[in-house]
Design a protein around this ligand. Structure first.
Ligand code: ACO
Length: 320
């Protein structure tokens, strides 16, 4: 048995912040952001939280899959921006949905979170442990940005994406995942430091820091390798793939991957001009967008690929 996606949903905060809006609060330009990244605007939470966005995305995915919450036996949430250290976002979602039969937990694989979640569901389905799962990527990265650091804060946005997956013979065709913890320092955000009656620690709260060029080099090397691997394992030619749904970090990364795979850009849907980089949420938000636009037909071969902090990466070739 493998994991097959049977429904998708997403949620984006109503507050839209354009590059021109950012020009008013920091030393940046629409031209710099667009030409370097392809990003034109992002959604930034005002009322929303990571959990509230995830719950809404999950409800929409359940409706799309014609599934009730009590049918779920697994909820996995990829997030690095949970509202609480505990309980997990997944347990909060379980409660909000009334998914009383589900085992629920979060994973931290940054922008690869949705792909890693899919891998976990796939492994549970293969072992026969569970049969129906809700996989979510949800992030409120805006609260983890240093808004005085123009080199990072302009890149990210908030949002949530979800998919319902069920055990099926013909879901995931092939899948790969990987991590390189030795390079973790290129994209990082520290949690609260050790601080107790026995050690004084007045370190200021940390925010996201990134060596953009190192992340860029990692992405343009690793993503085509991962995709080539899953296609090779399945003996599928890239020409047979309808869409490559990649993590939305930078349009130049996506263009580079398309070039390396010798595939046209129109097979690489993008929404980062509208959403920015929403980390773990970006792949399921984009998947939901193309699903709801009616761009997918049963039997289509789709590649999903994520990469991000850790460093982590994952790719899957799936049957729609
Ligand atoms: N507006 C205007 N100027 C800026 C801005 C800004 N927002 N940010 C940086 N600059 C300036 C810098 O200060 C620097 O100025 P200087 O030359 O006077 O020193 C200049 O622009 C160039 O800065 P670089 O950092 O060298 O710019 P680069 O061409 O590398 O582009 C970018 C930066 C867009 C971040 C690029 O490296 C990139 O996209 N990397 C990949 C990042 C990524 O994909 N991250 C997410 C993946 S992982 C995840 O999703 C969690």
């Amino acid at each position: 048995m493998t994991a097959r996606i049977i429904g998708t949903g997403s949620y984006l905060p109503s507050n839209v912040v354009t590059n021109h809006d950012l020009e008013k609060i920091m030393d940046t330009t629409d031209e710099w952001i667009k030409s370097r990244t392809g990003i034109g605007q992002r959604h930034i939470a005002i009322e929303e939280t990571t959990t509230s966005m995830a719950v809404e995305a999950a409800k929409r995915a359940l409706a799309d899959a014609d599934t009730t919450a009590d049918e779920l036996d697994l909820i996995v949430v990829g997030t690095v921006s949970a509202d609480r250290h505990f309980p997990s976002t997944a347990c909060e979602i379980q409660s909000a949905l009334g998914a009383v039969n589900a085992t629920a937990f979060d994973i931290n694989a940054a922008c690869s979170g949705f792909l890693f979640g899919l891998g976990i569901a796939n492994a549970y389905f293969t072992s026969g442990t569970f049969k129906k799962a809700l996989i979510i990527g949800a992030e409120t990265l805006s609260k983890m940005m240093n808004w005085d650091d123009r080199s990072t804060c302009v890149l990210f946005g908030d949002g949530a994406g979800a998919a319902i997956v069920e055990a099926a013979e013909d879901g995931i065709i092939s899948m790969t995942q990987g991590s390189d913890g030795a390079k973790g320092g290129v994209l990082s955000c520290y949690n609260r430091p050790v601080n107790n009656p026995f050690v004084k620690n007045d370190t200021a709260l940390d925010y996201t820091s990134m060596n953009g060029q190192e992340v860029f080099k990692f992405a343009v090397r690793t993503v085509p390798e991962a995709i080539t691997k899953v296609l090779g394992e399945a003996n599928v030619n890239p020409d047979e793939v309808k869409y490559f749904v990649l993590h939305q970090a930078n349009v130049r990364i996506i263009e580079s991957v398309a070039k390396r795979l010798n595939q046209p850009m129109d097979k690489f849907p993008t929404n980062l001009h509208m959403c920015g980089n929403t980390s773990a949420a970006s792949v399921p938000i984009l998947l939901d967008e193309i699903n709801k636009k009616g761009m997918l037909e049963k039997g289509d071969k789709i590649v999903l690929a994520g990469f991000g902090a850790g460093l982590t990466w994952g790719a899957a070739l799936i049957n729609w």
